[in-house]
Design a protein around this ligand. Structure first.
Ligand SMILES: [Zn+2]
Length: 321
């Protein structure tokens, strides 16, 4: 089950999404060797990336990147508008040093340096035109006391609040085999729900939010999106109910290629590459996302520098290789 379901409420100004990922998540994990606490956080961000990607209004890629001076140096999750995703984490400490109950706040140094960068990168972006980026500090400064953000759901909600200016609630859960997520977003009162007066709209949002709050981790991890939708919003049938769109499939797919590695070598420069060959006999590199190994022997490397086309060099460095 690798499915994402989008739904709309008729009696409330709410758009929602439910995601359930199984084998596609296992495909990410079997290529990696992360400790449990890291897997949980990575899983939550994969769930978040699919939920955010499903509402992209263009063909392209959504990238969630978390950076810190904490044990997680870098975490990258990418999901395209057709729901192909990949994910990677780089740790600054040995995996054994990470406690199994470590929170996102601990791992991403949320009381100090942690931040989240969300990039929206259209496929047909003009060269030189920067992608849209939203940056969120992982500290909640809304109250009088600065609180570290302790979950991916909280971090994404902060981002949505800053960027979309739409009330959004998000629930995420993940384990070693599954990821589940629910997103509820309040739509502007004008638009498709103009038949609701402001009071009905506010009541509708509160009603759906309250129903959303009853979701459990176990339900998110074991039930299909259709079943969750039916169970959660059973009572909503008194208010014209909810309409869902055909479920969309999610898959794991890496975008790495030999050409992209060649571009990286060109960016390193001929001199540097020759130094590596002198030392190691060849250049060998593994993809950070899928672990695939690319080897370039001296003849391959000479070939790389014969042409000076930087076909992919203008893409953001987070796209990997
Ligand atoms: Zn790859």
């Amino acid at each position: 089950m690798n499915e994402l379901l989008v739904f709309m409420c008729d009696g409330a100004p709410v758009r929602g999404e439910i995601v359930s990922i199984g084998s596609a998540w296992q495909a990410v994990l079997e290529r990696r060797n992360d400790p449990p606490a890291i897997r949980r956080i990575l899983g939550d961000f994969v769930g978040a990336a699919t939920l955010l990607s499903a509402s992209l209004k263009f063909d392209g890629t959504l990238i969630i990147q978390a950076q810190s001076n904490g044990p997680i140096q870098l975490l990258v999750v990418e999901c395209t508008s057709n729901l192909s995703m990949r994910a990677t984490v780089k740790l600054s400490v040995d995996a054994e040093q990470i406690a199994s109950d470590a929170t996102l706040g601990d791992l991403l140094d949320a009381s100090n340096t942690g931040r989240l960068v969300i990039t929206l990168d259209p496929a047909n972006r003009e060269p030189g035109q920067p992608p849209y980026q939203g940056i969120v500090a992982l500290q909640d400064t809304a109250g009088t006391v600065i609180k570290p953000v302790n979950s991916a759901a909280e971090a994404i909600a902060l981002y949505m609040q800053n960027s979309e200016q739409l009330d959004t609630r998000i629930w995420l859960s993940s384990n070693e085999t599954h990821i589940g997520g629910l997103l509820l977003q309040r739509l502007p009162d004008s638009g498709g729900h103009s038949h609701l007066d402001p009071q009905e709209a506010a009541e509708g949002w509160n009603r759906i939010k309250t129903l959303g709050e009853t979701i459990t981790d176990e339900e998110l991890l074991t039930l299909t999106p259709e079943t969750i939708l039916r169970r959660l919003f059973l009572e909503e049938s008194n208010h014209n109910g909810v309409r869902s769109f055909p479920a969309r499939n999610i898959q794991f797919a890496c975008r790495c290629s030999r050409n992209r590695v060649a571009d990286v070598l060109r960016m390193l420069g001929e001199e540097e590459v020759e130094d590596i060959i002198a030392e190691q006999g060849q250049v060998e590199t593994a993809c950070d996302f899928c672990g695939k190994i690319y080897q370039f022997d001296p003849v391959d490397c000479r070939q790389v520098f014969k042409t000076d086309l930087l076909s992919d060099a203008t893409r953001p460095p987070t796209s990997g290789h």
